[in-house]
Design a protein around this ligand. Structure first.
Ligand code: MN
Length: 229
């Protein structure tokens, strides 16, 4: 048994709907520009360039219902509602056809973003980490386990700020659907149980400030709610 110089941290986890056991998080992958209208609002051409990825630390994950502190070093703090894919099996270089076999479940999450720092990094050719990978930047609602081979390929995805709907789209608008994302990601590294994938956000992103109530949902996967503190 390994002796540690201090107690190692408890692994970050996500709640699972209808279960007391929680999903242990290993890594968080995020897909950039996966809805055409959002790519355009970011000033980019959405024609099927290969998907690209960035990451957040596993302990950026927090539960729905929390108050997320307004993060430091930004004055342009954004919401991005996203479909979350939770990986439950290990695989490398898996085909598009077999990719969904790896999925434990799905959920609703918000890719919180320091947009000013992200754009500065983008424009200077630097990593996106400071814009994306800060503390409590990945609120995720309880996961819904895959039942009877049912995977969400369509359905409304939406987000509201203080009750006003800001993002309203359908999962059919994903440029790269879930099987493609998993297959492509698995060519670069071994996917393992506990990995989460944030699949990108539709158009309508915008700034939030202290005191805002942010809600969102995906048909069949429940809702998420956070307050900005
Ligand atoms: Mn995103």
């Amino acid at each position: 048994m390994t002796d540690y110089v201090f107690n190692p941290p408890v692994p970050p986890t996500v709640a699972v709907a209808g279960e007391t056991a929680r999903f242990p998080v290993r890594r968080v992958f995020c897909v950039g520009r996966n809805y055409a209208a959002h790519a355009r609002e970011m000033g980019k051409d959405p024609d099927r360039e290969p998907p690209f990825f960035f990451t957040k630390p596993a302990d950026a994950v927090v539960d729905s219902g929390v108050t997320v502190p307004y993060p430091p070093e930004t004055s342009n703090f954004h919401y991005e509602i996203e479909l979350i894919v939770a990986i439950g099996r290990e695989a490398f270089d898996i085909s598009r056809e077999a990719a969904l076999d790896l999925v434990y479940g799905y959920g609703v999450g918000i890719d919180l973003t320091r947009r000013d720092l992200q754009f500065e990094a983008r424009d200077k050719g630097r990593p996106w980490d400071w814009g994306k990978a800060f503390d409590q930047s990945a609120p995720i609602a309880p996961l819904h386990r895959v039942r009877d081979g049912q995977h969400p390929a369509k359905g409304r995805i939406w987000l509201a700020v203080n009750g006003a709907v800001k993002q309203d789209a359908d999962l059919t608008e994903l440029i790269w659907p879930v099987p493609d994302i998993i297959s492509i990601l698995s060519r670069s590294m071994v996917l393992k149980p506990g990995d989460l994938i944030m699949t990108g956000t539709p158009a309508g992103v915008g700034a939030i400030v202290r005191g805002d109530k942010v809600t969102g949902g995906i048909d069949g996967l429940g809702e998420i709610a956070i307050t900005i503190g």
